[in-house]
Design a protein around this ligand. Structure first.
Ligand code: URA
Length: 431
């Protein structure tokens, strides 16, 4: 590879708050992906970007360079329009599970490349792997077969898709450089643009359980991502949504699959149903899909459930198999009469993670049955002795550490007051 630039000069330019040129960006991403720029040099550059930022031209070029590091998928052979959703991640966020088969039932084609959980947030692939036999890794040909026959596929991104992001994301994770808008936006959008979807709806989470806890920052991230998608010819829009309280009543892999199946059967918690329907309508509208039926009807009449079962079977899973259950359960009860006034999403995420639902380093095994089942949400009246939440774990030594994370997050007021909450949908941003 030609030594067109010197990594030290590029680091110095960003350290001194200068704009990087297009050729500098192309070179540094390519050279890093191929191993010619060392991890310590890229770490320094990432920190300079985190501290000094990038303008929209630099972010756009950085994203293109990451896309060009690998393959681009293409779906023109399908007779349906493609549309995808991406969530920036949260606690109890199982929406992809009912949403992908629901949009398929309504006439869309959903090529959903998903990830695994790291830290306090869960990952769609870990959740689905709790279904006996289900496979996350598919070849491109298998992915095409599943989407042709079922209208939706949820699987892991192959090694050939945005390999620069795989290396950069692992490096950001261990260098304290995850939380930078240009880096988050380019990481997410490089994968989504390379995936080849024609339309995309972004669910940008905000509140204590989200990457961007400040709604203003979440809105800024959403705007940057919508602009990147639009510039790349993807019909992109974003919703900024609440993650101050966990979504639904479960956090943990098999527990969340169970709740998703309740939604597909026409039931399930109100907030999960509402967000699923709002996102489904946005996806169908953004892609300009002529709807075969209304999403609410598809949940009620079994069409979304049929798509789900077909999709799970096509990926080797048994949709009717019993889901894993953790070996031990502990019920936590109200210590007084009153009103449940608050419940902190981050604490619930950390609690579920400590119970074994998540991993603390890449490659670790998760416990499929572990997690937290919530029996009352803020605003509910409770009596002393009522079960407020149940902890599930395979190993009883995990309960104390999980309970330490949780004990101050479920508060009961005796005057009926409830802590202020974010609305489920805060903002919509269009391209
Ligand atoms: N998800 C990603 O894929 N990348 C990020 O940087 C953050 C969340």
């Amino acid at each position: 590879m030609s030594e067109a630039f010197d990594a030290v000069e590029i680091i110095g330019a960003k350290r001194d708050n200068k704009e990087l040129t297009d050729p500098q960006i192309d070179w540094v991403i390519d050279a890093y992906t191929k191993g010619f720029v060392a991890d310590e040099q890229m770490s320094a550059l990432l920190m300079a970007i985190l501290l000094n930022g990038m303008n929209s031209r630099e972010i756009s070029r950085w994203t293109d360079a990451m896309i060009n590091s690998g393959e681009r998928m293409e779906w023109s052979m399908l007779d349906r329009k493609t549309v995808d959703k991406h969530s920036t991640g949260g606690v109890g966020d199982k929406i992809t599970l009912p949403l992908a088969p629901l949009v398929a039932a309504c006439g869309g084609a959903v090529p959903q490349l998903s990830g695994r959980g790291l830290g306090h947030t869960g990952g769609t692939l870990d959740k689905l792997e709790s279904i006996p036999g289900w496979r996350a890794s598919l070849s491109n040909a298998e992915m095409l077969e599943v989407i042709k026959s079922c209208g939706a596929v949820i699987c892991a991104a192959g090694a050939g898709l945005a390999p620069a992001d795989k290396k950069l994301y692992a490096l950001r994770d261990v260098t304290g450089t995850v939380q930078a808008i240009p880096l988050i936006a380019s990481s997410i959008m490089s994968k989504k643009i390379a995936e080849g979807t024609s339309a995309l709806v972004l669910d940008v989470k905000t509140g204590s359980g989200a990457f961007m806890s400040d709604p203003k920052k979440a809105s800024e991230l959403a705007r940057v991502m919508v602009d990147l998608g639009t510039r790349a010819g993807v019909k992109t829009r974003a919703l900024v949504t609440a993650m101050d309280v966990p979504l639904g009543l479960t956090a943990g892999n098999a527990l969340e699959v169970r709740e998703s199946i309740e939604v597909l059967a026409g039931g399930g918690p109100e907030d999960v149903v509402e967000l699923t329907l709002v996102l489904a309508r946005e996806m169908l509208d953004a892609a300009g899909i002529k709807q075969l039926m209304d999403p609410a009807d598809a949940l009620k009449n079994g069409a979304a459930m049929d798509s789900w079962k077909k999709m799970i079977r096509a990926q080797g899973g048994d949709p009717d198999a019993k889901l894993p259950v953790a070996k031990e359960q502990v019920q936590i009860r109200a210590d007084k009469d009153g009103t449940l006034s608050s419940m902190d999403a981050m604490s619930v995420g950390i609690g579920a993670w400590r119970l074994g639902a998540g991993r603390s380093k890449q490659g670790e095994k998760v416990s499929f049955g572990a997690g937290i089942e919530i029996h009352a949400k803020p605003g509910a009246k409770v009596n002393k002795g009522d079960v407020i939440y149940t902890l599930h774990a395979d190993d009883s030594t995990r309960f104390d550490r999980a309970q330490n994370a949780l004990q101050n997050s479920f508060l009961i007021s005796q005057d009926g007051s409830v802590a202020p909450r974010l609305p489920l949908i805060l903002e919509k941003i269009e391209g």
